[in-house]
Design a protein around this ligand. Structure first.
Ligand code: HGY
Ligand code: MN
Ligand code: MN
Length: 439
C-alpha cells in the first residue's frame, strides 16, 4: 500500500508543478506540425486557432516522438521502442515490486490533418507527468508504471486506425502492419525505419496489470451537461470501408443526362443513402473523403473513390447498417450503369471496459468533488485495443462545444487539471490493488 503521506505529496506536486509542467509540454508538442504561418497573416493577430498535422510516421510525428523521448530521458525513465514504433517510458517499481506487471498509461501523439492540440497528446503527457510526480517526490511505486505513446492511432495515412495498439494487443499481425501501403503509397515499415523508430522490442512485450487512458471527450455530452469528468464504460463499434465507383468520363456539354454513367453522381447518391440510413437507424455514418477523376469542371466524372465511416454502440444495429448499405450498392450499379467495388478497412466491435477500473475512475473523481457521469466513447481509442489484454478504463474531460479533429478543439486549463488529478488518484488506487481480475 502507498502511505497517505506519499499520496498527499504526489497529489500536491501534481496540483501545482505537475499541471504547469504538463501544460508547458502540451504547448511545446502542440507547436510541432503547425503549417508555416503565411507572411500575410503574420502581420495580423490571428483570431482563428491554428491547426497542426502530424500524420503517423511523417517528419512532424518524428519530431514529436524525439521530443517525447527526450522528456522521458530527462526523467531517467527506461525508454523502450517496439517493432511497431510504440514508445514506452518505464518508471521502475520500489524494491520487491520489480517483477510485478506494470500499470500502463497511454494514448497517441499522431494527429489527423489540421488537428487540435489535445487529441491523444493530452493522455500521453498526463501519463508522463504522473511519472514525473514520482520522480519529484523521490519515491517509487509498488509496481512499475509505463507511459505509452502508440503508433498510428488516427489511421489517416495508414489504415486501420489504432494500429499500434491493435498490433500490441495481438489483434493484427506485425508483418501485415509493416507492409501496409499508405494513402501516399509509402510502406509503413519503410517509414518507421526512415524516422528511426523501428524498435527492437516485440509488440506486446509486457501485459499490463491495467491500462488507463485520459482523453478529451471529443463530443458534446460533458460540455452540454456541464459535467467535469467522464467515467468511460466502453467504445462504440467502428466500421470503415473504401468504395470505388467506375463510370464513364464524358463531355459535360454534349452528353445527355440519360446517357451518362456519372461516377460522381453515384457517389453523391451513396452519401445521401447513408445519411437517410443514419437518420432512420441511429447509426452514425460519414463520407469523410471523396475523390473524383478527372475532377474537372467540364468532364462527367469517370471515377469516384470515397470512404465510409459507420459507428454504433449496438453491434447488431451496426451490422444491419452495413448490410443495408451493401445491398444498396448493386442497385446503384444497375440504376447508374456504373461498376462499384469496396474494401472493408476496419470492423471493430463495441468494447466494454473493466468495471474494476470504471468504478475507480468514478470514485477518484467523486473523492475530489468533481462531477462525474458514465458514458460510452464515440471516438475510437487505443484503450479499446488494450481492453483485449488487460483491465482497461478511460477518463474523459469536456471538449468545448464537442469540437475535435479540428483546430477549434479546446479544453480549459481547469478541466485539464481535473483530468490529470483524476488520472493520478485512479492510478494510485490501482497501484494499491492486489488483484483486479484479468479483463
Ligand atoms: O477515428 C477515431 O475515432 C479515432 O480518432 N481514430
Ligand atoms: Mn485520440
Ligand atoms: Mn483522433
Amino acid at each position: 500500500m502507498m502511505n497517505e503521506h506519499t499520496r498527499k505529496k504526489l497529489h500536491t506536486w501534481m496540483e501545482g508543478e505537475g499541471v504547469r509542467a504538463m501544460m508547458a509540454r502540451l504547448f511545446t508538442l502542440g507547436e510541432i506540425g503547425m503549417s508555416d504561418r503565411d507572411e500575410a497573416e503574420s502581420a495580423e493577430i490571428r483570431t482563428e486557432p491554428q491547426g497542426r498535422t502530424r500524420l503517423a510516421l511523417d517528419d512532424a510525428d518524428r519530431q514529436a516522438r524525439d521530443r517525447l523521448v527526450a522528456w522521458m530521458r530527462e526523467l531517467s525513465l527506461e525508454v523502450r521502442v517496439d517493432a511497431m514504433g510504440n514508445i514506452f517510458g518505464v518508471l521502475p517499481a520500489a524494491e520487491g515490486g520489480e517483477h510485478l506487471p506494470p500499470l500502463m498509461i497511454g494514448s497517441h501523439i499522431d494527429t489527423v490533418g489540421n488537428a487540435g492540440p489535445l487529441d491523444g497528446v493530452y493522455g500521453v503527457l498526463a501519463g508522463l507527468t504522473l511519472l514525473h510526480a514520482f520522480r519529484a517526490a523521490e519515491t517509487l511505486p509498488p509496481r512499475p508504471i509505463i507511459a505509452a505513446a502508440f503508433t498510428n492511432e488516427e489511421g489517416v495515412r495508414y489504415q486501420p486506425d489504432m494500429m499500434g495498439s491493435l498490433v500490441y494487443a495481438g489483434g493484427y499481425p506485425l508483418e501485415q502492419a509493416l507492409d501496409t501501403r499508405g494513402i501516399d503509397g509509402t510502406r509503413l515499415g519503410d517509414e518507421l525505419t526512415r524516422i528511426g523508430y523501428a524498435g527492437s522490442y516485440p509488440p506486446g512485450h509486457v501485459t499490463p496489470f491495467a491500462y488507463l487512458e485520459l482523453h478529451v471527450e471529443q463530443g458534446p455530452v460533458l460540455d452540454h451537461e456541464k459535467m467535469q469528468i467522464g467515467a468511460v464504460t466502453g467504445v462504440q463499434g467502428i466500421f470503415w470501408q473504401n468504395v470505388t465507383v467506375e463510370g464513364a468520363a464524358n463531355h459535360a456539354g454534349t452528353t445527355p443526362t440519360a446517357l451518362r454513367h456519372d461516377a460522381g453522381l453515384a457517389a453523391a447518391r451513396a452519401g445521401l443513402f447513408l445519411r437517410e440510413l443514419a437518420v432512420r437507424s441511429g447509426t452514425l455514418a460519414t463520407v469523410g473523403s471523396l475523390r473524383l477523376e478527372p475532377g474537372l469542371i467540364n468532364v462527367v466524372p469517370g471515377k469516384a473513390v470515397f470512404s465510409v465511416d459507420m459507428r454504433d454502440p449496438d453491434a447488431d444495429r451496426l451490422a444491419a447498417a452495413q448490410a443495408e448499405f451493401a445491398a444498396f450498392l448493386p442497385r446503384l450499379e444497375q440504376e447508374e450503369g456504373v461498376r462499384v467495388s469496396s474494401r472493408v478497412l476496419v470492423n471493430f466491435a463495441p468494447v466494454a471496459f473493466a468495471p474494476a477500473v470504471i468504478d475507480r475512475v468514478e470514485a477518484a473523481a467523486q473523492r475530489q468533488g468533481f462531477s462525474c457521469r458514465r458514458m460510452v466513447s464515440g471516438a475510437g481509442h487505443d484503450a479499446q485495443m488494450m481492453a483485449r489484454i488487460c483491465p482497461t478504463g478511460m477518463i474523459f474531460v469536456p471538449s468545448r462545444a464537442g469540437l475535435s479533429h479540428c483546430p477549434q478543439e479546446f479544453t480549459g486549463p481547469e478541466d485539464l487539471r481535473r483530468g490529470v488529478l483524476t488520472l493520478l488518484e485512479t492510478a494510485l488506487d490501482l497501484l494499491d490493488a492486489e488483484d483486479i481480475g484479468t479483463k
